[in-house]
Design a protein around this ligand. Structure first.
Ligand code: HEM
Length: 137
């Protein structure tokens, strides 16, 4: 992925992370997007979950930096966890996830723009495509 897109993503992530409500707003949006999503998280400790998601934005960035080998190198455990044998997260959930995330970035990033939105879509898209492609394995 080009350096400009990666830079835009990283800078926006920093601005979003400066908002203490960023991850609460995201999970509010995501859980509000469908009863099917709420069901998946019915037993979840959200303090732990927010820490996990915060860390995985960096992992998604590593994967996007090296589109050829990065996803396999960094995202395999996450793919196994979300796949059909464990959490059973199919592609339709990732659409809701990404929509909820972009809505959250729009609300939390004071320098939000169309380019910023594209940078999030592109960076997250690499990881999402990989996770979806590993669903059945
Ligand atoms: C690319 C997008 C996503 C990322 C980066 C991500 C990240 C994570 C991480 C880091 C964990 C913790 C893993 C562990 O404890 O081993 C997790 C758990 C989980 N994720 Fe995702 N996730 C994504 C998409 C989704 C989607 C679309 C759903 C759909 C509902 C989902 C549902 C869950 C559930 C139910 C758990 C387990 C929660 C629990 O322990 O109770 N995730 N996710």
């Amino acid at each position: 992925m080009d350096a400009e897109t990666l830079r835009k993503f990283e800078e926006s992530l920093k601005r979003c992370s400066a908002d203490p409500d960023f991850l609460d707003i995201f999970y509010g949006n995501f859980l509000g997007s469908s009863p099917k999503v709420r069901e998946k998280f019915s037993g979840t400790d959200f303090d732990r979950q927010k820490d996990a998601l915060r860390a995985s934005f960096d992992t998604m960035l590593l994967a996007a930096r090296d589109e050829e080998n990065g996803p396999e190198r960094y995202l395999l455990p996450l793919a196994e966890r979300h796949g059909s044998r464990q959490l059973g997260i199919g592609a339709e959930y990732y659409d809701l996830w990404l929509d909820s995330l972009l809505k959250t970035v729009r609300a939390c990033d004071p320098a939000f723009s169309e380019d910023v939105e594209k940078a999030w879509e592109n960076v997250m898209g690499v990881g999402i495509s990989y996770l979806c492609s590993r669903y059945n394995t």
